[in-house]
Ligand binder design. Structure first.
Ligand code: ATP
Length: 247
């Protein structure tokens, strides 16, 4: 049974006093330290901070990929921290999309097969039209039969975004989605995320790149596992300056 709790209707994800600690005793690292935060619905939020500030850990906890040690993670009004393993797996497959820096496509499968995979894993039979349309939405209708090794890095990341979006997830999480791309491929991926966010998709993205963060609607800054600032509508220079002040 999922516990439902009243939350603000406009929050895609709500973090309530979450902590994640690695190690014990003197060696304990509070990667995420008592963070309370809302990621708004239908908005694109970037998460920035110095190396080791807890960005990836926070993202993984928010997406239900990693357990919290204390606190609550709510996806809409569904409490991920109260969900049993099977239920969490189902939620991850249907309501959460995740994009990694290194694409994580399956090399033996075509682009279309990679995109269809989340639906297959959720026990559905994906329609050819849905897979084709999802690939078309990332500009790769003509690459459906290509395997990842026959695609550029930027194209592979767009297939990964299509795979994450094929279930129409409540939230798309992205951990450094442009980190492995050259600037022109990165720009294509950021344009795509901008179109999706403007169309109402909730997106939470970790990035080191102020140019990428400037495309988001708001930027949350972490340091030592805590939220230390938030900027909305800032340009890349302001974001870079704020980031520099944290390191
Ligand atoms: N599995 C783990 N075991 C032990 N410590 C970990 C683990 N994962 C992360 N940490 C530690 O938690 C802290 C936060 O790590 P995290 O990867 O979340 O930071 P980050 O801001 O994403 O860093 P980067 O920008 O370098 O990717 C770091 O001190 C890191 O060493």
């Amino acid at each position: 049974m999922t516990t439902t709790t009243m939350t603000r209707a406009d929050a895609a994800v709500t973090l309530r006093a979450i902590s994640r600690v690695f190690g014990r005793g003197n060696a304990a690292v509070r990667a995420v330290d008592n963070v309370t935060l809302e990621f708004p619905r239908r908005a694109w939020t970037a998460v920035m901070g110095p190396s080791g500030s807890g960005k990836s850990t926070l993202l993984h906890c928010a997406a239900g990929l990693e357990n919290v040690d204390s606190g609550q993670v709510l996806l809409g009004d569904t409490d991920l921290t109260a969900a049993r393993d099977r239920e969490l797996t189902a939620l991850r497959r249907t309501r959460i999309g995740f994009v990694f820096q290194s694409f994580n496509l399956i090399g033996s499968m075509t682009a279309a097969q990679n995109v269809a995979l989340p639906l297959r894993l959720a026990g559905q039979r994906p329609s050819t039209a849905l897979v084709r349309d999802t690939l078309a939405a990332v500009g790769l209708a003509d690459r459906a039969r290509h395997r990842p090794r026959a695609l550029s890095g930027g194209q592979q990341q767009r297939v990964a975004i299509a795979r994450a979006m094929v279930t129409a997830p409540d939230v798309l999480f992205a951990d450094e989605p442009t980190g492995a791309l050259d600037s022109s491929a990165a720009a294509v991926v950021l344009d795509l995320l901008r179109v999706m966010a403007s169309g109402g998709q909730s997106i939470v993205m970790v990035t080191h790149d102020p140019l990428a963060a400037a495309r988001a609607d708001a930027v949350v800054f972490l340091r030592d596992g805590r939220v230390v600032d938030r900027l909305a509508g800032a340009d890349a220079r302001e974001i870079a300056n704020r980031l520099a002040s944290l390191t």
